[in-house]
Every structure is written in C-alpha cells, then in structure tokens.
Design a binder for this molecule. Structure first.
Ligand code: FES
Ligand code: FES
Length: 152
C-alpha cells in the first residue's frame, strides 16, 4: 500500500504493509534509528515519539494511522541544530548510560516541559513511569529534567 508520512518536517511517500508498526517505518524508511524497538509490547517506552504532539508508543501504532499526522522523533527535537533545554540539561548532567532508553526519555520529558509549565519533581517521576531504564540511571535523568524545568 502507498503511504505518506510527515516526520520531523520531512514528507515522504513509500510502500509498506499498512499494519507495519510506525517504529519500523521510522527506522527503515526514514533511517531515524533514535527510535528503539525494544520490547515491542508497549511496556518500555524506548520507541516513544510525538504524534501530533502527543507521546505515542510507535511499536503499537500501525504506520497507516500516522498518515495526516505530524510525527516527531528524538532527531527532530533540536531546533536548527540547537539542543532543546531538556537535551542540554541531560547532557550537562551526564545523564546517559547505554543510551537505549534515552531517546524515549527525551521525547517524554520534552513533551512534559511543553505541556506542563511548572512541572515538579513528582511530575517528572510520574511522566517517566512509562520509560524503563535497564541501566537504572533514573536519578541523574530526573535531576536534569528538574533543572531544565526550573530554568524556564
Ligand atoms: S518498544 Fe515500544 S514500548 Fe517498548
Ligand atoms: S541508559 Fe541504558 S537502558 Fe537506560
């Protein structure tokens, strides 16, 4: 089936089975390998992207349902090459370990910052409940998010 998706401002047509998970289309057609297919069952959050500004598990969403939507992956969160405040704080706090969970964390926290001005530490922890880090490096990630939120 012919499909067309808008991803990070790039509109592209391709052929795929319409039930192909969005995560696979993003990686294979758009070569956006920041989005990670880890559990493929909706548990880990590593495949998180924004679909029309809503955090969405791309392993559970058929690509055909993303047509006519604006999809944004971690690769599309920096503006003109400048990392957003969450990305800058995560870098400053040296919050990344193996990196497998990280793109999903960044997507979730970027959405929190935009959607919930004045979000608290508890809000950050709550927002991250759907993002599992196997390296268990939550403390530095939460600290970075709190710092970024406090600076806005
Ligand atoms: S790969 Fe989608 S939630 Fe784990
Ligand atoms: S940094 Fe390794 S899974 Fe989170």
């Amino acid at each position: 089936m012919a499909l067309t998706l808008n991803v990070n401002g790039d509109r592209r047509g391709f052929t795929a089975d319409p039930v192909t998970p969005l995560v696979d289309v993003l990686r294979e057609q758009f070569h956006l390998t920041g989005v990670k297919p880890v559990c493929r069952e909706g548990f880990c959050g590593a495949c998180m992207v924004l679909v029309d500004d809503r955090p969405t598990l791309s392993c559970l969403m058929p690509a055909a349902l993303a047509q006519d939507c604006e999809v944004r992956t971690v690769e599309g969160l920096a503006a003109n090459g400048t990392l957003n405040p969450i990305q800058q704080a995560l870098e400053a706090c040296d919050a990344v370990q193996c990196g497998m969970c990280f793109p999903g964390m960044v997507v979730t926290l970027t959405h929190l910052m935009k959607a919930t001005p004045g979000a608290t530490r508890d809000d950050v922890r709550s927002a991250l409940t759907g993002n599992i880090c196997r390296c268990t490096g939550y403390e530095s990630i939460v600290e970075a998010a709190v710092r970024a939120l406090a600076a806005t």
